[in-house]
Design a protein around this ligand. Structure first.
Ligand code: SAM
Length: 216
């Protein structure tokens, strides 16, 4: 099977299992070449529904989890989006593909990974993504507020800074819980108030390490 056929087979699986629900997200998954974001030695597994190791002990998340979070985020056209945890840059590429008129900021605490994400995004042609090195548990106050925030690392609780940087009517998706098991939470802001909704989707993410996350 070619890369494209493998990608289509994975997308079909994600649709059948209900992880991809909308045509818009389906199209984005069909466009973004995950093989360009995994390490070269893992290319043969790029279209398995598995998380894969990157380096510095980090991972590119499992496609079904990425699909679930991307759907839950309900991205609209022309939005300002913050991702915390750039990793390989794959999730950021999907967001950029979903919203070509918007802008995606993705923060990564490990400089070598930020550089890896930047290179992957450049090679695959995603120009509406900015990769920033820093502690994403504090958000990115200089670019706030954000219409959407997606956190792709596990937080002990919703970081206060991220709640503050969510725009009115905004949505944040974040895995919340102890180090070894979390629940996926959607946070909405209305009338200046944050509401948390448990999406009933248990996950295990690498920790969000930072001032408003876990200690290293
Ligand atoms: N979204 C990524 C992708 O598409 O490849 C996968 C993210 S990986 C599961 C989690 C990432 O979060 C790691 O790269 C890790 O270094 C990063 N991370 C952890 N704590 C962070 C923090 N406080 N700020 C920014 N990035 C952080």
């Amino acid at each position: 099977m070619s890369g494209e056929e493998e990608r289509k087979a994975l997308v079909d699986l994600l649709c059948r299992t209900g992880m991809i629900k909308t045509e818009r997200v389906r199209r984005a998954f069909l466009k973004v070449p995950r093989e360009e974001f995994v390490l070269p030695e893992h290319r043969p597994y790029a279209y398995f529904d598995d998380a894969l190791p990157l380096f510095s002990g980090q991972t590119i998340s499992q496609p079904s989890v990425v699909a679930f979070m991307t759907e839950a985020l309900q991205v609209e056209n022309g939005q300002k989006i913050l991702e915390v945890g750039a990793g390989s840059g794959y999730q950021a590429a999907l967001l950029a593909e979903l919203d070509p008129d918007g802008i995606v900021y993705t923060v990564e605490r490990i400089p070598e990974l930020a550089e890896y994400a930047r290179r992957n995004l450049e090679r695959t042609g995603y120009r509406n993504v900015r990769v920033v090195v820093g502690d994403g548990s504090l958000g990115l106050p200089e670019h706030a507020p954000f219409d959407r925030i997606i956190v792709t690392a596990a937080a002990p609780e919703v970081p206060r800074a991220l709640g503050e940087q969510l725009s009115e009517g905004g949505i944040m998706v974040i895995p919340v819980g102890p180090r070894h098991s979390q629940r996926m939470v959607r946070v909405s802001k209305k009338g200046g108030r944050l509401t948390e909704e448990d999406l009933g989707f248990p996950v295990v993410f690498v920790p969000l390490v930072g001032e408003q996350g876990f200690r290293a």
